[in-house]
Each structure stands twice: as structure tokens, then as C-alpha cells.
Design a protein around this ligand. Structure first.
Ligand code: PHE
Length: 451
């Protein structure tokens, strides 16, 4: 079947940036940096984006535009076109599985944003001290019903947007919201610069302690690069399939990676000055965003308004990512199962919603339940921790290796050259894709888990 295409080039870029910029930048990047030694993590992360993420992102867009279908069918068709086995469709299958799993917890955390819009708007944090802000978050986590309700709202909006199709749903959501979020983040950084412990935050984020770099930190950084750039699971293959012939793929990839990295760094610069000024623990984990920024909102003039807008815009950023996650699966279901779009979105959304309940419970009723706690290294890991580890630190990197091999070794060089275009740096990119990316990911995976 022939998919719709983006109405113009700017829209593709916006949608791809929209898919990349989301919870990964605002919620996950800061807390991972906090947990993994700050500067050491940030440095390795930037290296991973440049050396692994960008090459794989370009490869995904090439596979998508060449294949013009869902991730499964595109991977199969580009492999066949170059005389290789259709078994490369496995790239797409893995991606679909990863997308359903990631969407399940993405929607739960997205629900935290949903809940924090009214919580902030009603002035809960005005004048509150750090302890009160943390206590409010603790109370929120403790109630599985409220969290489930918020998770349901987030999933319902995602389903609604995707059901409307590529142009109406995705483009409209991205056009206004991305710039708005960006401006607000800049405002928060300025506030943090003036009122927070900015010097301490800068030192924490940008002065690396090299002794803190372990295989564990590196695999976290690789996983975060994949998660944040929306790669390793076919999302960019799916989006690339809607891409027109005259758009430069390397230039688009550079824009996406640049914007994504910028937003992550801005989020770090907004959050850490507050973390240090309020005496919070930088390695506080997934709650970091929700414990640090509300404290700042409580101290600044018009804080309730600024805070409400922040959570609202972050929610929109999360939605432009969750629609990409759902789109991966839906474009496949439309194609292979022949399901109507509305029905496909509803079914996949419902499955992900139910799976997400395991994540909801991981923060309250089942917070002490470590299903694989008997295995070394997995002690104390909740269902959410395990899902996060399985998807981001295993499935996406493995998907990345397969994509690198497919574009770097299986597809004919003539096809690759045609899709890459006349753009500069094709030689270095091709070398990174063929050798650096698969070998580096493979080695780190082996050392982080086996050794
Ligand atoms: N990149 C998104 C984020 O950072 C998450 C995502 C991953 C979206 C994969 C789509 C596909 O929040």
C-alpha cells in the first residue's frame, strides 16, 4: 500500500524532532546523568550520539525512504532489493515488540505529567520547601488509582492523535508545541542561572570524573542515545517511509540529533542548579524532574503559571513521541493485517495500556517486588526497572547493530549512495556505520552484561 507523505519538508523535520524530543530528554536524561556520575555520563553520552546514534539514525531514514513501508516491510524489501534474505524483517519485528513495551511505561510517565498539570496549576507548590515538594511526589506515587487514571488519559490522547493519521494528527501537534517548549526551557535555565546553584551544576554536568566511566555507564549512555533519538526500533524507518525524494537525509538527521541533544542539555541546566540549591540527591532516580523543578516553581514569581505551562508543554513533547511509538505498530498492522487505522490504534493502545499497569504498580504496591532479584545485578529491580533495562539497554542496541549491518553490509553501496545523496561526509559515515557502530555496541553489550 502507498502511505501518505509529509506535506512538506519542514513538517518531516518537525515530526522527527517531535518524536525524538520527549520524556527521554526532559525526564530520563537528567536522572541518568545524576545516577551515573554527571559529567562522565554526559561526555560518554555525547560521544555515543555522534559516533553511534547519528550513523544509525541516517541508516534508518535510508531504509525507510527506500522501503516506503512499515519497519517490517521496509527492512524486508531493502534486503531483497540487494539480493539478501527477507529475514531481515526481524529488524522490524524486534522494533514492534520494543515499541509496545516502551509505550507501556512511556504512557505511565506521561501520565505523571498529566497529573502534574492540575497539581501545579492549583498552587500546590507555591512557597513549598524541598521536603514538601518531595512529599507531594511520594503521595502521588503511592496511589495506583490516580496514576492509572493519568496513564489512561495519556494513552487515550495518543490513540486519538494517531487514529487521525499522519498529517492531521502528528503535524498539528508538533508545529506549535516544539518551539513553545524550547522557549520555556530557556526561561527556566535563566531562572536556574540566577537563583540556583548554577556553578555547581555546570561542574557536575561538564567536568567529567573519568574514573566514573564503567561499562555500566557506557551501556546506559548507549541505551539513552537510542531511546532519546528514537532509533533502534524502526521509528525512524517508519517516519522515513513518509519522506520525499529531495530531502537530504544526512542534513535531516543532523538537525534531529542536534535539537534532541540541545533540549536534553537545557533540561539538565534547568534541573541541576535547583537540585543542588535545594539540597536534593542528584542520584534520586526517576522522580528527579518531579522533585526538583516544582520546588523552583514554588520560589519564582508567577511560578504556578510557569510550572503549569512547563508540565503542559512537556506533556505535548511526550505526546509527539508516544504517537511515534504507536505509529510504528499501527503502520505495520494496517499493512499486514489490513486493519483499519482507527481499529489498529485502539487495539495496540489497549494492549500497551494493560501492560503499563505493571509499571504503575512498580511504584507502589509492587515497589518491593524484584521478579528477577535472584540474578546477580538485578537485585531490587522492579518490573519497571526490568522493562527499562530490557528495552533501552538490550533491545534498542541490538536493533541498532542489526540496522547498521543491514545498511552497512547488506544493502548495495549504489543504493546507499543514491539515498544518502551528494551530501558531504559519506565516506566517514559509512565507515562509522559498518565498523564503529556495530563493534562498539557489541563489545559494550558483552562487557556490560556477560563480564
Ligand atoms: N525519543 C523519545 C524520547 O526521548 C522516545 C521514543 C523512542 C519515541 C522511540 C519514539 C520511538 O522521549
Amino acid at each position: 500500500m502507498v502511505h501518505e507523505t509529509w506535506s512538506n519538508r519542514a513538517m518531516f523535520i518537525l515530526a522527527a524532532v517531535g518524536s525524538a524530543v520527549g520524556l527521554g530528554n526532559i525526564w530520563r536524561f537528567p536522572y541518568l546523568a545524576g545516577e551515573n556520575g554527571g559529567g562522565a555520563f554526559v561526555l560518554v553520552y555525547l560521544a555515543c550520539v555522534l559516533g553511534i546514534g547519528l550513523p544509525v539514525l541516517i541508516a534508518e531514514l535510508i531504509i525507510g525512504r527506500r522501503g516506503r513501508c512499515s519497519a517490517v516491510a521496509s527492512a524486508r524489501s531493502v534486503a531483497r532489493e540487494s539480493g539478501a534474505s527477507g529475514g531481515w524483517a526481524i529488524v522490524g519485528w524486534l522494533g514492534i515488540l520494543a515499541a509496545v513495551l516502551i509505550l507501556s511505561y512511556y504512557s505511565v510517565i506521561g501520565g505523571w505529567l498529566v497529573a502534574y498539570v492540575p497539581i501545579t496549576a492549583t498552587g500546590t507548590f507555591t512557597g513549598a520547601d524541598a521536603a514538601a515538594v518531595s512529599a507531594r511526589f511520594g503521595a502521588f506515587l503511592a496511589d495506583p488509582w490516580v496514576m492509572t487514571g493519568a496513564h489512561a488519559v495519556f494513552m487515550a490522547i495518543t490513540v486519538g492523535l494517531v487514529a487521525q493519521g499522519v498529517r492531521k494528527g502528528i503535524e498539528a501537534a508538533v508545529r506549535v508545541l516544539m518551539p513553545a517548549l524550547f522557549l520555556l526551557l530557556v526561561l527556566l535555565v535563566v531562572f536556574a542561572m540566577v537563583e540556583g546553584a548554577f556553578g555547581e551544576a555546570l561542574a557536575f554536568l561538564f567536568v567529567p570524573d573519568f574514573s566514573a566511566i564503567t561499562f555500566g555507564v557506557v551501556i546506559e549512555a548507549i541505551g539513552q542515545a537510542f531511546f532519546s533519538l528514537s532509533i533502534g526500533m524502526g521509528a525512524m524507518i517508519t517516519y522515513g517511509a513518509y519522506l520525499d525524494r529531495d530531502t537530504s537525509i544526512p542534513a535531516s538527521a543532523l538537525t534531529v540529533a542536534g535539537a534532541d541533544t540541545l533540549v536534553a542539555i537545557l533540561a539538565g541546566l534547568a534541573i541541576f542548579p535547583i537540585v543542588f540549591a535545594a539540597g536534593l540527591d542528584p542520584s534520586g532516580g526517576p522522580g528527579l524532574l518531579f522533585q526538583s523543578l516544582p520546588f523552583a516553581f514554588g520560589q519564582m514569581p508567577f511560578g504556578a503559571l510557569v510550572g503549569t505551562l512547563f508540565f503542559l508543554f512537556s506533556l505535548f513533547a511526550a505526546l509527539t513521541s508516544s504517537i511515534a511509538l504507536l505509529e510504528i505498530v499501527v503502520s505495520w498492522a494496517e499493512e499486514h493485517r489490513g486493519w483499519p487505522r482507527a481499529q489498529a490504534t485502539l487495539i495496540v493502545g489497549a494492549i500497551s495500556f494493560v501492560l503499563g499497569l505493571a509499571t504503575v504498580l512498580s511504584f507502589n504496591r509492587l515497589s518491593g517486588f524484584a521478579p528477577l532479584g535472584f540474578l546477580p545485578g538485578l537485585e531490587g529491580k522492579t518490573i519497571f526497572d526490568l522493562l527499562d533495562l530490557l528495552t533501552n539497554n538490550i533491545m534498542l542496541p541490538v536493533g541498532g547493530i542489526l540496522i547498521a549491518l543491514l545498511a552497512g553490509w547488506v544493502m548495495k553501496q549504489s543504493v546507499i549512495a543514491e539515498e544518502y545523496g551528494a551530501g558531504v561526509l559519506r565516506g566517514p559515515w559509512y565507515l562509522m556505520l559498518r565498523y564503529v557502530a556495530p563493534v562498539a555496541i557489541g563489545l559494550v553489550l558483552v562487557f556490560a552484561f556477560i563480564a
